[in-house]
Design a protein around this ligand. Structure first.
Ligand code: GLN
Ligand code: ZN
Length: 766
């Protein structure tokens, strides 16, 4: 029985790759220095994996920025706009594709970035023309293979499969589908495999995550023809075809009949698929069992995993079974043994964790448990693991009877505001007396270096909490005065006191803890440290009231209280795996509900509950979506419906595709939604043609991701366009998203223009 890993995190346990890349971008590192940093990381990670007992160690899973971009380079699918950089160092063209290029009189925009399936990793979207051609550029893949072989390893190159690669891309011209490029792509793809074979590859891992999604006939045919041609061209290669993030379901028959050496299954996400796969698998097909969860941070239940492995061994024999994590370990942090600060991560919880480094041990342990060997030792290992599982299951840290009871008692009326929107609207208008086309911001104002420094100093204890609080109050006061001056209608306090919109709340919730080094790559050099939701969640006390009440005390204008919604908190954390996600989301929703109640009590007349990750939680398979949407909407309603009719609830969403879930967004029944439109201006309005959003809406009038200052005319133009679909009494005026990444100068100029646009609109349309 072989063990293997599908991919290892590459950013470095101490984010060494981030440092190296950013130094290179800043001109402090030469290309050689960057390459040396990359090589050192690869070697270190290979050695770790080999020492942990992986028989096959992945290579070409390393990337300076993104593995999909690497494939685009390997297959020669560089979009034509990067041609002026053909003579530049290869590294520079590579990073230009990732980050754009504004130099030497050139202004080339980067490839679009989007989420990798249902993870928080973002990849760079390949772009295809109708007559797209491909050309082999095997350098990186072959070099990394050679590098690993020279270290005496048994490396297994990792490639994104041809069908998934095409499906991940975007057609840049109309009238064709990316899969029609398969015939152009395959000869090059096959050449790449031949090069790897020539360089000594024995196994190649081909990732085809689309195999777990809903596939139409075209995609099925594409799979069959692609893998048939690959098998014919490189019969000597043992192809491990991987599926992950979901079960294969109705694609089992297709997948098991593709002519490959082994098929990898995600048994962490979908353990139930094993029996159906075993029943369908033809003789000769090996199975790679992804029993160790590559998407979460909890210790493996060895007994349960072993049962799966033994079932497979019984059915196909141990020489046809491989043991592995469920997917690449890219999505989990490095090493929980680095977490030694019990103040933020209690030792008891630390004992329940398994990060990438530990997951390798789990894979090796499982393979040895399933193999021949001393029974007594095995039983001891299993007993020890069972004891850990048991202690977690029963820990008083996790279980809060009153939280569970409260969730059980949630009734239909807890999910409903007292009156329908039309009645609320009248009462809110009486209270708030807002003009037509009211103006507001999304929440955050610039997080200046000064503010960040203050927070660091607070963390290091070099300033007192009182001094920090005072500094925050000064920032808030300035923000309030500024908004009053420019004539904003609904004010925000600016979120200066928040490190991050999820972490800020997580730190104040029971059942949630943090890591010091639990970095996970989000995109490029950007990493996040997701909170760990380990137990029943409840508030320790009011979380935001102090700041919002202070802001409101400074002004006669309404100030918006700012909360992060339950789905977003869940989605951007590692969630517990001992209860359904909906349960955890309900608990968070109750905590947010309490906070909203307290804000209302404190005199806030407007409360915004952000749900930017609402769409991200959508399951990969269409048939699972209604269930998710139902509970996600319920959670928002639970969080928001305790307040009186006269309290106005806002929500905010951004950077997702919303058109197909407009009905569900409407069902959230927020009084006002502010929503990003810059990336999909026409498309969002398009959705209103078919479905008229029933409550108030503020389609963002300017992109917060650019320092560009849009003119009043430009914004008014957008508002005029919105007025074709939104009745004038229901249209709000606001930016696309929060302004924390912007500077004050451009923020001020843009907001002044935005308010001018609203005023002019009032004159012409009032
Ligand atoms: N209120 C948050 C802010 O303004 C919203 C951020 C987001 O949508 N991601 O920063
Ligand atoms: Zn946003």
């Amino acid at each position: 029985m072989l063990t293997h890993n599908l991919g290892y995190p590459r950013i470095g346990a101490h984010r060494e790759l981030k440092t190296a890349c950013e130094s290179y971008w800043a001109g402090h590192y030469s290309g050689e220095e960057l390459a040396a940093a990359g090589k050192a990381l690869r070697q270190n990670h290979w050695q770790i994996q080999q020492q942990a007992g992986m028989d096959l160690v992945p290579c070409n899973d390393f990337s300076y920025y993104d593995q999909v971009l690497d494939m685009t380079i390997a297959l020669g699918a560089v979009p034509p706009r990067f041609e002026p950089l053909a003579g530049a160092p290869e590294m520079d063209r590579y990073f230009a594709m990732a980050r754009g290029y504004q130099r030497d009189g050139l202004d080339i925009i980067a490839l679009e970035m989007t989420k990798w399936f249902d993870t928080n990793y973002h990849y760079l979207v390949p772009e295809f023309q109708r007559e797209q051609s491909f050309a082999l550029n095997p350098g990186k893949a072959v070099e990394e293979l050679t590098e690993a072989r020279e270290l005496g390893l048994r490396p297994k190159p990792v490639l994104i499969g041809p069908v998934s690669y095409l499906l991940l891309g975007k057609e840049k011209e109309s009238g064709f589908h990316s899969l029609q490029l398969l015939d152009n792509l395959l000869p090059v793809y096959v050449q790449l495999l031949q090069e790897l074979s020539r360089a000594g590859a024995e196994f190649v891992q081909i990732d085809e995550p689309f195999l777990t999604l809903d596939l139409d006939q075209t995609a099925r045919t594409a799979y069959l023809s692609a893998f048939t041609r690959i098998a014919r061209a490189v019969p000597e290669l043992k192809i491990i075809l991987t599926s992950y993030f979901e079960g294969l379901r109705d694609n089992i028959k297709l997948a098991v009949n593709l002519p490959v050496h082994a098929l990898h299954l995600d048994l962490a996400r979908a353990p139930d698929q094993l029996d159906a796969v075993l029943a369908a698998a033809p003789r000769g097909l090996s199975l790679s069992l992804g029993v160790v969860d590559g998407r979460n941070v909890w210790k493996n239940d060895l007994t349960a995993s072993l049962a799966l492995i033994e079932r497979a061994v019984q059915a196909v024999g141990d020489e046809r079974v491989l043991v592995a994590p469920s997917c690449s370990l890219l999505h989990v942090p490095y090493d929980c043994s680095l977490e030694t600060d019990a103040a933020i991560l209690p030792t008891e919880i630390g004992a329940w964790l398994s990060f990438a480094r530990q997951k390798l041990d789990e894979v090796a342990t499982l393979a040895s448990l399933a193999g021949e060997g001393a029974e007594a030792e095995k039983n001891e290992l299993l007993a020890e693991n069972r004891a850990t599982m048991e202690s977690r299951r029963n820990s008083p840290l996790i279980h809060k009877a009153q939280v569970k009871a409260r969730v059980r008692q949630v009734a239909a009326q807890d999910l409903r505001r007292a009156s329908p929107f039309a009645e609320r609207h009248v009462k809110q208008q009486q209270r708030l007396k807002l003009p037509l086309f009211p103006t507001t911001a999304i929440g955050s104002f610039p997080q200046t270096d000064e503010i960040r420094k203050l927070r660091n100093r607070l963390g290091q204890g070099t300033i007192t909490a009182a001094a920090y609080d005072q500094a925050m109050e000064r920032e808030i006061e300035q923000a309030i005065r500024f908004q009053e001056e420019i004539g904003m209608d609904v004010l925000v306090h600016g979120e200066f006191e928040r490190n991050d919109m999820v972490q800020y709340f997580g730190e104040q919730l029971e059942g949630c803890c943090f890591t010091r080094n639990g970095w996970v790559q989000s995109f490029g050099s950007r990493c996040v440290r997701p909170p760990l939701l380990y137990g029943d969640v409840q508030r320790k006390g009011p979380m935001t009231v102090r700041w919002s009440a202070f802001a409101q005390s400074l002004t006669g204008k309404p100030v918006k209280g700012m909360l992060t919604g339950p789905v977003t908190i869940l989605q951007w954390s590692f969630a517990r795996d001992d209860q359904p996600r909906r349960e955890t989301a309900m608990q968070i929703a109750l905590a947010i509900r309490d906070e909203a109640g307290d804000l209302e009590q404190a005199g806030l007349s407007v409360i915004q509950i952000d749900e930017p990750a609402f769409r991200e939680g959508l399951p990969l398979r269409r048939s699972d979506r209604n269930d998710y949407l139902q509970w996600a909407v319920d959670c928002f309603r639970l969080a928001t419906s305790s307040v009186g009719d006269q309290t106005q609830i806002h929500t905010h969403m951004c950077y997702s595709e919303f058109n197909d879930i407009m009905v569900n967004i409407a069902a959230m029944d927020a009084d006002v939604i502010t929503i990003e439109t810059s990336r999909s201006q026409m498309e969002l309005l398009e959705a209103f043609k078919n479905f008229s959003y029933p409550n108030d809406i503020g389609p963002g009038v300017y992109d917060v991701h650019s320092p560009r200052i849009p003119s009043p005319e430009e914004m008014r133009d957008l508002l005029e366009r919105a007025l074709k679909y939104v009745p004038k009494g229901r249209l709000w005026v606001n930016p696309d998203c929060g302004l924390k990444t912007r500077g004050w100068q451009e923020t001020k100029a843009a907001l002044v223009n935005m308010i001018a646009a609203a005023r002019r609109l009032r004159e012409t349309r009032g």
